[in-house]
Write a protein that binds this ligand. Structure first.
Ligand code: ADP
Length: 310
């Protein structure tokens, strides 16, 4: 089965307010609360494609219980490690066609919890055929924590598809044991190499050939409406996608990771791996609810994707 890890999940609260006014009371009639976090989106998408998936990571307090209950409602298996702190709320105020977000930092993980999680994780790995790690690390964990988790997976010969950014990703790249795949978007790639990356074949090839990425078998740079650019070992691919009607692209990167991991797990061809990942990304962008895909449109979209060696 595929294990999808979210280290800092949240309760996502959406407050639609017609007019949002500062420094006074704003009343909300219809509140929507869902279990959020990039890895939970990965798990949801995998579940909808009928793949056996288990959601894991760290969770705490009554908000943690809410997240587990939401996953139960969706019949998604989970095995989280319980921490002392409280999982976080992330609030989105939807007003006047704008979105104002208030994101709690979340719990601070103690050294003891960090150590005990690794023991719990070591056991979890046994059940996995491949793992995905998505999103930021909670406060208290060192930047090299994902690198430590990848080393444990490596010991058991389990591949990891990693979707994170910033210092946690830098630490992974400088570590000896590497994930099988990383999926930075164009902005995250730019932040990693310290300059903006142009969307053309030559400059993408040059950036992905930097020594920084040595030893990473798959790099998939997702580029929203422009599809993706990928490097597998020494081969480069340009992925061109059709123009589609987009409803809500939030979570498309998570859906893409779900597809890439699933196709890698099935040892599909490079072309199929990239097509499957991009199709699920597009299907997510066509839905209102993050992490939802309508598989009825799968074949039609998939047929319109082109994967070219460049
Ligand atoms: P992230 O959410 O990590 O920033 P992207 O926005 O690049 O990732 O989305 C991942 C994939 O989802 C893209 O490579 C593409 O296949 C699909 N996708 C995302 N946004 C759009 C869009 N506006 N139109 C068509 N496809 C999209």
């Amino acid at each position: 089965m595929i294990i999808s890890i979210t280290m800092n999940p949240s309760v996502d609260i959406s407050y639609p307010i017609e007019k949002f006014t500062l420094n006074t009371v704003n009343r909300v009639k219809s509140v929507v609360k869902t279990a959020g976090g990039k890895g939970l989106n990965v798990a949801r998408v995998l579940h909808q494609t009928n793949v056996e998936v288990l959601a894991g990571g760290m969770i705490g307090g009554y908000l943690g219980k809410f997240i587990e209950a939401e996953l139960d409602k969706e019949s998604i298996q989970h095995r989280f490690f319980a921490i002392n702190g409280q999982s976080r709320n992330c609030i989105a105020i939807l007003h006047e066609k704008k979105q104002t977000e208030i994101l709690e930092q979340g719990p601070v993980i103690s050294e003891d919890e960090a150590e005990r999680f690794l023991k719990h994780f070591e056991q979890l790995i046994e059940q996995a055929s491949i793992l995905t790690f998505s999103g930021s690390l909670p406060a208290g964990l060192p930047d090299n924590y994902y690198a430590k988790m990848i080393a444990l997976c490596d010991e058991k010969n389990k591949a990891v598809a990693l979707d994170c950014s910033g210092n946690a990703l830098k630490e992974v790249l400088s570590n000896k044991t590497k994930p099988l795949l990383i999926k930075p978007n164009k902005e995250e790639l730019g932040a990693l190499v310290g300059r903006s990356v142009e969307n053309n074949v030559e400059s993408l090839k040059e950036v992905l050939s930097l020594p920084l990425f040595d030893g990473i078998e798959w790099i998939v740079v997702s580029m929203g409406v422009d599809g993706a650019f990928a490097k597998h070992k020494n081969t480069f691919y340009q992925v061109t996608i059709p123009k589609i009607e987009v409803i809500n692209p939030v979570g498309s990167g998570d859906a893409t990771i779900a597809g890439l991991a699933q196709a890698l797990d099935r040892r599909q061809s490079d072309e199929m791996i990239l097509k499957h990942g991009n199709t699920l990304g597009m299907l997510n962008a066509q839905e209102k609810i993050t992490g939802h895909v309508n598989m009825q449109n799968y074949q039609n979209l998939m047929n319109q994707i082109q994967v070219e060696k460049v």
